[in-house]
Write a protein that binds this ligand. Sequence first.
Ligand SMILES: *Cc1c(COP(=O)(O)O)cnc(C)c1O
Length: 403
Amino acid sequence: MRNLAIFGGQKIRNKPFPKWPQFKEIDESALIEVLHSNNWNRGANSNNSDFISKFENKIKEMLDVKYCIGVSSGSCALDLAAKGAKIIAEDEVIVPAYTFISSISCVIHAGAKPIFTDIDPKTWNIDPVKVEENITNKTKAIIVVHFAGQPANMDAIQKLAAKYNLIVIEDAAQAVGASWKNLPVGSIGDIGCFSLEGSKNITAGEGGFITTKNKFFFEEIYSLQNCGRKLNGPWYQHENIGWNNRITEFQAAIAYNQLKTLESYNSIRQENALYLKKLLQEIPGIEVTEVDGNVTSHAFHLITMRYKKAYWNRLGKNRFILALNAEGIPCYAGYKYPVYENPVFKKLGYDVETIAQKCKIAKQVTEESIWLPQNLFLGNKNDIDDIVKAFIKIKDNLNSLKR
Ligand SMILES: *Cc1c(COP(=O)(O)O)cnc(C)c1O
C-alpha cells in the first residue's frame, strides 16, 4: 500500500505551521510613524526620540550591557567586531568548524587567519578542549557561536581567554535571549554580534546589532559603522576608515517592537522544543542535540538532531527529509559543508585535508544533521505531536521507501 505522502498517500499534516516572520498592528503604525517622521536614518536629525535609540536602549537593559550599536546585518556586526577588536594580519583567530560563513569571513576580512576548531558532539558548539589545543602565540581572539540558540560553554571559553589573554567575540546571531548560568549571551565575552535577518528569532528583514561593556570597543565600532566618524563628532570629520553599516529607522522600529514579544516567544519555543525532544528520544536513530545543564535559557532558533541511517534501513538522510516534507513537516538538512569545506577555502589555498583531519565531529554532524526551524515551535503541542507522528509513520513504512 502506498501509505506515505511521498507516494501520494494522505499527509500527516495539511495545516501550515505558524508563519515567520510575524507582525502586529503596532509594527504597521511604527512604520507609518517613521515614514512621516522626516527621520529615516541615524544622524538624519538631532531628534533623540528615534527608534534606533529606543531599540539600542532596550537591548542594553535586556542584556545588561553598557553599549549597543544597531547595524545593517549580523555579518557586518562580525566584521565590525573583528576590526574594532584590532584583529590584524598575522593574528590567528579560533573559530568553530560548524557554523555559518560569516563567523569565518570576518576574520579573513580583517586580514587574519581562521583556525578551524572542532565542535562538541553533544551540543554542536565549539569544544573548549580543542580550542586550547589550537592556541598559539599568534592567537588573538576566539569567536564562539551559540549554535541553534544554545549558549556555548562560556565558563571554559572565558577561562581560556583569561589564561591566554584573548578577546572573545560571541556570534549570537541565532541566540538572542539565550543565557548561560543566567548571563545573557552577548554580555559574557568582550563583544556580542546579533542578526535581524529574516529567519532569526527577532527580525527586521535585515539588520543586526553589537553589544559590549567595553568603552574602547564601543567607540571604535561606532565609528567604523558610521564611515569613520567619531561618536557625536562632526558629520564631515573622519577618524577611521570605516564603512556605512548603519541600521535604518524602519528596521529599528520593527526590531524594537519584536523585543516586546521575544521573551514570551522564546519560552514557547523552549517548551515545545523540549516536549519534542522528549518524544523523539523514544525513536531509535534520531538523536536530538543535548542541552547543557548550565544553559538557563535556550533560544531554540533551530531544533537540531542527528539522523543515524543504520537504524533506518540505511535510507539516505535527504530522502528521509523529503519524506518528512511530503508529510507536511518543513525541515531541512542544514549546512551543506562543515564550514571549512566550502569551495572558497580550497581556492584561497587552505590545506583543507589537514583541517578535516582535526574536525571530524563537524563533518559527521554535517552528514547526519536535520534542522527544524524555530517557527514550528511557536504553536501548541498538537503541532509537535504531528511532527512526531510523521517520524513514526516513516519508520512504520520504511520498507516502501527502501528500494
Ligand atoms: C545568520 C547568521 C549570521 C549572519 O547574519 P546576517 O544578518 O544574515 O548577515 C552570522 N552567524 C550565524 C551563526 C548566523 O546564523
